[in-house]
Design a binder for this molecule. Structure first.
Ligand code: PMP
Ligand code: GLN
Length: 410
């Protein structure tokens, strides 16, 4: 019996009815319960605190792209689009991958999904058998653990190691985590929540291990355009031997600041993409008819992501300097729109507890790093006092948050 069926037999729905929200649990007891983002956004709404928890911009994406979606609605793009996504968008994704990274992508091997979330879920459900192992970095984006548990597979997280320069891959630990049951490596770069952008040598290490052990790699690159300073994002699929074993996932949510439109995509070898499409059709079938032509137009032009990254670089600096001035130890991110700050120097050794108290203490909401770690893991205890703050907010909102957080140091 899978862990899920066992729980159902034990009446897990009663747990839900009692309000714990626990619905499902993987072979290692990983829980599927309401997400930390929903919980912390509700806390912000309840307390009126500035929400630097859930990562979503407080300004809309390019007006011309929004206008294109409005036009698409008026022009009648309102019924089910094709299962794989409209041809214009699949072609635009393929062109984008070629223009930016030199990847040769067949538009027929692009699948449009309901955000990156669905691409990841459909890929994991398509490729995993109960008992298979999936290796991820730790901390990890929360949906990974949830879907791995839903698939009845085993999640094997490998901690990124914290250096003064940021969180880095430990090749030996990654190699040691791969065993005979490992089916898939699930990588994320630029990395949420640490802001790490994997270097060429880190990507080469991942590629070496994937090739040696003949693994499929699922790579989540939703922050591909949000990198700072001279840092460059390199897709794993560009490394030798990787295109034929890699499913690359991205999304318009982060690149164009339309997180609510939920248009993502995945591309890779035709056989793997067909497997993902087969699952996807029973998850959502299709979605976002009028948004697809609008994003096909957006993807053909490169200046919006570049402008967003440039304006985010300044906001990153504002956020990092403000957190450091408030007394946190800050790890400056090279990518994404998140920064990790350790509350230990301020005397707060429990980040989850600090997040619950932060609205009262400073009128701000953040996310505890432990929400991205496996309960009881080494990373969980190493990151116990750390918080994730987003900086994808208007500068005046960040300035107000800086002023409020200064109270912690007073
Ligand atoms: N992967 C990562 C690393 C994320 O941070 C997010 C959330 N933005 C997603 C996937 C989900 O993306 P989407 O909103 O397109 O489903
Ligand atoms: N990806 C966003 C974050 O990390 C949140 C998305 C969500 O709420 N599921 O904050």
């Amino acid at each position: 019996m899978t862990a899920g069926r066992e729980l159902a037999a034990r009446g897990a729905w009663r747990e839900v009815a009692r309000g714990s929200g626990l619905l499902w649990s993987g072979p290692d007891g990983e829980r599927v319960s309401p997400t930390i983002f929903a919980e912390m956004s509700a806390l912000a709404a309840r307390t009126g605190a500035i929400n630097l928890g859930q990562g979503f911009p407080d300004t809309d994406g390019p007006a011309a792209v929004a206008e294109a979606a409005v036009r698409a609605i008026r022009d009648g793009h309102n019924q089910y689009p094709p299962g794989a996504g409209i041809a214009e968008l699949r072609r635009a994704v393929a062109d984008h991958q070629h223009r930016h990274y030199g990847l040769q992508v067949d538009p027929d091997a692009v699948l449009v999904t309901t955000g990156a979330t669905e691409a990841l879920a459909a890929a994991l459900l398509a490729l995993l058998e109960p008992g298979d192992e999936v290796v991820t970095l730790e901390p990890f984006y929360d949906s990974y653990a949830g879907v791995i548990a839903l698939a009845g597979a085993r999640h094997v997280p490998v901690p990124l190691v914290q250096h003064p320069t940021g969180f880095r891959l430990d090749e030996a630990a990654l190699r040691a985590a791969v065993g005979p049951r490992t089916r898939l490596l699930l990588v994320n770069t630029p990395h949420n929540p640490t802001g790490t952008v994997l270097t060429v040598s880190e990507l080469e290490a991942i590629a070496r291990i994937a090739v040696e052990s003949d693994l499929v790699v699922l790579t989540d690159e939703v922050y591909e355009h949000l990198t700072y300073d001279a840092t460059v994002h390199l897709p794993l699929a560009t490394l030798p031997g990787m295109a034929e074993r890699t499913l690359t996932v991205s999304s318009s949510g982060k690149t164009y600041s339309f997180t609510g439109w939920k248009i993502g995509w995945v591309h890779g070898p035709a056989g793997l993409v067909t497997a993902v499409r087969t699952v996807k059709q029973f998850l959502t079938y299709v979605s976002g008819a009028p948004f697809q032509p609008a994003l096909a137009l957006a993807l053909a032009v490169d200046d919006a992501p570049r402008r967003l990254a440039a304006s985010l670089a300044d906001r990153r600096d504002l956020r990092c300097e403000g957190l450091a001035a408030a007394g946190f130890t800050v790890t400056v991110p090279q990518g994404t729109y998140f920064v990790v700050a350790d509350g230990a120097p301020l005397g707060f050794d429990d980040g989850a507890e600090l997040c619950r108290r932060l609205p009262a203490l400073a009128g701000v909401v953040a996310i505890p790093l432990t929400a991205f770690c496996r309960d009881g893991s080494g990373a969980h205890s190493a990151l116990r006092s750390s918080l994730r703050f987003t900086f994808v907010k208007r500068a005046e909102v960040l300035q107000e948050a800086v002023a409020r957080l200064a109270r912690l140091n007073g």
